[in-house]
Design a binder for this molecule. Structure first.
Ligand code: TMP
Length: 239
């Protein structure tokens, strides 16, 4: 049973439950891009992303990554641990795509020598700007110890996700994670892992548009959006 609405984001709604340590996360079909300048829906996305994220959270738990996931309770709802979400979006990149290409003039598809961890300030009014460790400290977004842990956690998650998606015949180009702090001060992977938050390219397709299996199909109006999510879900659930 869901309680009161705590927070409504662009892709999910968080509700309280009878247990103050547990929240209910309901995944929506709504899709936005470019800080909600572009809005739409993707048929069945809530259920697809909930199934994908549930499976991936459980996989990451088996690999020793602590997550907020407790259990999936309906096709588009999961119970998660109540945490304080850090106002930092942590992005890990293996191949250059999206904003880094515009920002630094790197060619789309250029493999990076090492995985790159970037921090963005989670602030819609400011358009989630890129920030450095110094800004994190200045804005008091996390302690220096948490920053060091965040970077290591992001790289560990990347290693496990890369291996997982490789088995799905998908290349993990980049992804964004949000991290929560629980009552004991422990960092937990929170939010979601899905084609909304990852760039995934089909390993067997070379065409730079046809290979896109994630929200870039929506951002760039490439068509077959729900079909791509469906295919990712099929492969993830079989892996
Ligand atoms: P970017 O190239 O636009 O910075 O995106 C990097 C990764 O982060 C990409 O996998 C998409 C994901 N992402 C989100 O999950 N939410 C966002 O608001 C943005 C801008 C990107």
């Amino acid at each position: 049973m869901s309680g009161t609405k705590l927070y409504e984001g662009k892709a999910k709604i968080l509700f309280t439950t009878d247990d103050p340590n547990i929240l209910l996360s309901r995944y929506k079909d709504d899709a936005t891009a470019f800080n909600a300048l572009k809005k739409g829906t993707i048929a069945n996305k809530g259920e697809m992303n909930c199934a994908i994220a549930s499976h991936i959270f459980q996989y990451l738990e088996t690999q020793g990554i602590a997550t907020h996931f407790i259990k999936q309770i309906s096709p588009n709802e999961m119970q998660v641990a109540a945490v304080k979400i850090l106002a930092i979006e942590v992005v890990v990149r293996n191949i250059a795509a999206g904003s880094i290409c515009k920002r630094l003039g790197i060619a789309q598809g250029q493999p990076l020598k090492h995985p790159l961890v970037e921090f963005f300030y989670k602030n819609d009014d400011l358009g989630d700007p890129l920030i450095t460790d110094a800004h994190v400290a200045m804005l008091d977004l996390a302690t220096p110890e948490e920053v060091a842990q965040l970077k290591q956690l992001a790289l560990d998650i990347n290693k496990h996700l890369q291996a997982f998606f490789d088995r799905c015949n998908l290349i993990l180009v980049d992804f964004k994670v949000e991290i929560g702090v629980n009552a004991s001060g422990k960092l937990l992977l929170a939010d979601e892992i899905s084609p909304d938050t990852c760039r995934l390219w089909d390993k067997t397709i070379n065409d730079p548009k046809d290979r896109i299996m994630d929200k870039d199909r929506f951002r760039q109006d490439l068509g077959n959006i729900a079909e791509a999510y469906q295919e990712v879900m099929k492969r993830v659930l079989a892996t």
